[in-house]
Design a protein around this ligand. Structure first.
Ligand code: S3P
Length: 433
């Protein structure tokens, strides 16, 4: 489904977003493995989280409720049932990688499949260390690509030094560690999002952190909790960016997660000179730091250099940083962002090719991207590569460009944010004529 995007003059409004996708995946999975019934409020409405929910239901977990609250009837660590057929996980890398850690330790066999994009994403980063723990997993290219067959087996703990900072790798191994004999330790080069560690602790699992190393042993049980999932900061980021680019704008975003492992984008926007305030929130049932973020557009953004830990803390927002760089004075440089090449699509290529078509001065070289800002962007035909974050970042660029754009396929936004264009319509001020 294509979409015509007209430039916008400014954005204005108060917004509240559905639950964070990363936190929602974990709330569903950990509640399924817990003892008791967990009430989950404000879960993400993303297609990816539907994939997690369906997979857990196929593994014998019952869920009930409608609207805002979902009740998950936990089956306990040893209560999952072998699925009757393959588990199709759509586009969701998080579902596949985290489930691999859980399924590796069960006493049944499961087969994990996904769409074309997910089937092309590297899984050895998870299946490799899981095999070191004793997991029996088969798939093409030495268990690198789905379909993956997981023959559950008993696991032993390992200490794993991950060469990449990846919450998906870390989480898969910690989940396998819940079943392994001994203490499982994972270290990473930079701290990736820590929702798994926080939530496991909240479900009663002793989790030990020592700098960039985190350990779990096999717990007796996980205890069900009621959770209000904090708003999705990766969805909110598109609206923060629009407000920062378009002078005279103001958006107020209530109750989003402001977990420091997720606020890299806010820090980058500040470095670029955006006017941002964060008012801390108080909902203790979120079990995550939450806040209200206010962004006012004053124009005059300046370039930023993004590397190291900030790349990890803003990994899903880097396509948006590339779009923002086009509107900032000076040269914005993103270094060491090779992980973007193995997301739902190669997000360096998808963004560089489209922004260049709009007239941006943007170059890629290996894992790095450089953008010389203040080249005027012109609306044109754009390609989303069926990738949700590329589609939404390009929509931001197109709204701030001169002239109309046509984005070829926007149905993919449902992967993380089905209501994206409704939110856009709601906050757009007067259009250019
Ligand atoms: C996620 C971790 C990140 C992120 C993805 C969601 C998670 O991936 O890009 O959108 O929920 O754990 P990596 O862990 O591969 O960096």
């Amino acid at each position: 489904m294509e979409r015509i995007i007209h430039p916008a003059r400014l954005v204005h409004g108060e917004l509240r977003f559905a639950g964070d996708k990363s936190i929602s995946h974990r709330a569903l999975m950990f509640s399924a493995l817990a003892e008791g019934t967990g009430e989950l409020r404000g879960l993400s409405r993303s297609e990816d989280c539907v994939s997690t929910r369906r997979a857990l239901e196929s593994l014998g977990v019952k869920m009930s409720g409608s609207g805002e609250t979902l009740r998950v009837h936990g089956v306990g660590l040893r209560g999952l049932k072998g699925p009757a057929s393959e588990l199709y996980l759509g586009n969701s890398g998080t579902t596949m990688r985290l489930l691999l850690g859980i399924l590796a330790a069960q006493d049944f066999t499961s087969v994990l499949t996904g769409d074309e994009s997910l089937s092309a994403r590297p899984m050895r980063r998870v299946t490799g260390p899981l095999r070191q723990m004793g997991a029996r997993i088969d798939g093409a290219d030495d268990a690198n690509f789905a379909p993956l067959t997981v023959n559950g087996s008993s696991l032993k703990a390992i200490t794993y030094e991950s060469p990449i900072a990846s919450a998906q790798v870390k989480s898969a191994l910690l989940l396998a560690g819940l079943y392994a004999e001994g203490t499982t330790t994972v270290s990473e080069p930079f701290l990736s999002r820590d929702h798994t560690e926080r939530m496991l602790a909240m479900f009663g699992v002793p989790v030990k952190r020592d700098g960039l190393r985190v350990s779990v042993g096999p717990p007796a049980r996980l205890t069900a909790r009621s959770i209000t999932v904090a708003g999705d900061i990766s969805s909110a980021a598109f609206f923060m960016a629009l407000a920062a680019i378009l002078p005279g704008s103001e958006v107020r975003i209530a109750d989003v997660t402001v977990n420091p492992t997720r606020t890299g984008f806010v820090d980058i926007l500040r470095l670029m000179g955006a006017d941002i305030t964060i008012e801390p929130g108080t909902d203790s049932t979120a079990f995550e730091p939450i806040g209200t973020v206010v962004v006012r557009g004053s124009g005059g953004l300046r370039a930023a250099a993004v590397k190291g830990e900030d790349v990890v803390r803003a990994i899903d927002e880097l396509p948006l940083v590339m779009a923002l760089g086009c509107f900032a004075a000076g040269e914005t440089v993103i270094e060491g962002a090779g992980e973007l090449r193995v997301k739902e699509t190669d997000r360096i290529h998808s963004m560089v090719s489209n922004l260049r078509a709009m007239g941006a001065e943007i170059r890629e070289s290996g894992d790095n991207v450089a953008i010389t800002g203040r080249s005027r962007l012109r609306g044109c035909r754009l390609k989303s590569f069926s990738d949700h974050r590329t589609a939404m970042a390009l929509t931001v660029a197109a709204l701030a460009a001169e002239g109309d754009s046509c984005l070829d396929d926007v149905s993919c936004v449902g992967i993380s944010f089905p209501d994206f264009y409704d939110y856009i319509e709601r906050i757009i001020g007067q259009r250019h004529v």
